[in-house]
Design a protein around this ligand. Structure first.
Ligand code: FRU
Length: 486
């Protein structure tokens, strides 16, 4: 992509004549693989979910956006609203990187409600004449016209001693009446960490210090931290970079995962926690962010993509989508992730619903964009396979081995082009319970699978032909099977 010179990447959208941008939008709309029920950019590149917050009957969700092409360049925040976490309304670009501290990008950040208004805190990314990075953390609020007004100068103007300029992605939350924000950081010795600030008014912020974890040397940068409490446990989510693959783990270019432990002792910054666990064992998942729903549920949305990976849709001037929203719960100290219950409102026709006995092979229906629920699954022995988006030439395979209790997602033949092939084309996870439930959401170019009522989740982008619509089950099993057109 050599047309993407530095100059081209840092061009603002306002440089483009409206007719030219309109043409680009139309070109993107005709692209194969555009999603049917996922959040995707109108043009250009989407990355991290940002500013996810509920206020006064409405969910606000923003994402990192480079409008002009499928590459990382001058980042805006694009804004969506929803009443139900399922149907999103397009509110357009809300945060424009046109001030000195964010002149090279309005980077990731979070949302919070204060004084009955949606506020945000994000990272201003600036490069000087020598292309040296300067980061600051900026507070803003959402105006009634849907745009964000920045409260300049930045609330946190410089990086504290001990850290490099890779210091970003503030997540704001309240804890026992005090405002805190946790920021992703890189120490001067090039290891990742998170740093905590506190505030009385969420406008002027004071450094508290680094959060003490059991992982002082785990990758070179921790991006997009998020801290919240669930059933009396403290969870820290973050996206570490620079972790080597080991066994089934850390197979993608970068990882996203969590610690679960006791609640953080603010202000001593001590945190007793378990080992790091990945959130998603698929291929395309990064930089997740959570918020609290109207009724107290903890909801997570991730970027269904990764940095530095090219996708076939790039040719059509757009890249990436957000994952479906997931509800996080704890069961006996273990995290479960399930699709939010509101997603059942996407169901159109019931294509199939029946008790099914698979003797060898069954091909119940054909579908391109669908939800599939296999429940009360009882596999007699050996392997059980479910192929979707299948045809003579291509198929995406989900496979369970009763002996090893391993579940595998295989996208080797998922389409003529498979992204990130150098990182391998299968992902596996050992399940703790035998496979009894599988819930699958398939869009034009993605698949998200939830196993055993949220014990494990895998997300992947796939790029099949639109005519590859076969659904094939094989093995020896009985189950209840429902398939809904979405
Ligand atoms: C994660 C990330 C963040 C940064 C943003 C820039 O994908 O690198 O750390 O704020 O993307 O778009």
């Amino acid at each position: 992509m050599n047309q993407w010179t530095r100059e081209a990447r840092y061009r603002p959208l306002s440089d483009l004549a409206p007719e030219v941008y309109q043409l680009m939008k139309e070109e993107v709309r005709t692209s194969p693989w555009r999603f049917s029920f996922h959040v995707q950019p109108p043009t250009g590149l989407l990355n991290d979910p940002n500013g996810f917050v509920y206020h006064d009957g409405t969910y606000h969700l923003f994402y990192q956006w480079f409008p002009l092409g499928p590459v990382h360049g001058l980042k805006y925040w694009y804004h969506l609203t929803s009443k139900d976490l399922v149907h999103w309304f397009d509110e357009g670009a809300a945060l424009i990187p046109n001030d000195d501290p964010d002149s090279h990008g309005a980077y990731s950040g979070s949302g919070f409600v204060k004084d009955d208004k949606v506020h945000i805190m994000y990272t201003g990314n600036k490069r000087d004449q020598d292309w040296v990075r300067h980061t600051s953390q900026i507070v803003g609020h959402l105006r009634s016209d849907g745009r964000i007004e920045k409260h300049l100068p930045p609330a946190i103007a410089t990086v504290p001693d001990g850290y490099t300029e890779h210091f970003r992605d503030p997540k704001v939350f309240q804890h026992q009446g005090t405002w805190y924000c946790i920021i992703g950081a890189q120490r001067n010795d090039l290891t990742g960490a998170t740093v905590v600030y506190h505030s009385e008014d969420a406008e002027s912020w004071m450094l508290l210090g680094e959060l003490n974890t059991r992982y002082p040397d785990f990758g070179y940068m921790w991006e997009c931290p998020d801290y919240f409490e669930l059933d009396g446990h403290g969870l820290l989510l973050f996206s570490p970079q620079g972790i080597e693959p080991t066994g089934d783990h850390y197979q993608n270019i970068f990882q996203s995962g969590y610690f679960i432990g006791q609640t953080v002792d603010f202000p001593n910054l001590s945190y007793q926690h378990e080992d790091f666990l990945e959130l998603d064992f698929g291929f395309d998942f990064y930089a997740p962010q959570t918020t609290l729903a109207a009724d107290g549920r903890r909801i997570l949305v991730g970027w269904m993509g990764l940095p530095d990976i090219t996708y076939p849709s790039d040719r059509y001037k757009w890249a990436h989508a957000l994952t479906l929203p997931r509800e996080l719960t704890l069961e006996q100290g273990h995290l479960r992730q399930n699709p939010v219950r509101e997603l059942t409102s996407l169901r159109k026709d019931t294509l199939y619903e029946q008790h099914l006995v698979v003797e060898q092979q069954a091909s119940p229906v054909q579908a391109e964009v669908f939800e599939l629920v296999l429940s009360h699954l009882a596999i007699s022995s050996g392997q059980f396979e479910l192929k979707v988006r299948a045809s003579e030439q291509e198929e995406t395979i989900l496979r369970y081995d009763t002996q090893t209790k391993r579940f595998t997602m295989d996208r080797t033949r998922s389409g003529a082009e498979v992204p990130a092939i150098e990182y391998g084309t299968t992902r596996s996870i050992p399940l703790t319970e035998p496979l009894h439930t599988l819930r699958l959401f398939v869009d034009r170019s993605s698949i998200e699978v939830f196993l055993n009522d949220g014990e494990a989740v895998a997300s992947a982008r796939i790029f099949p032909k639109s005519t590859s619509q076969g659904i094939v089950l094989s093995g020896k099993a009985t189950a209840h099977l429902a398939i809904y057109a979405l």
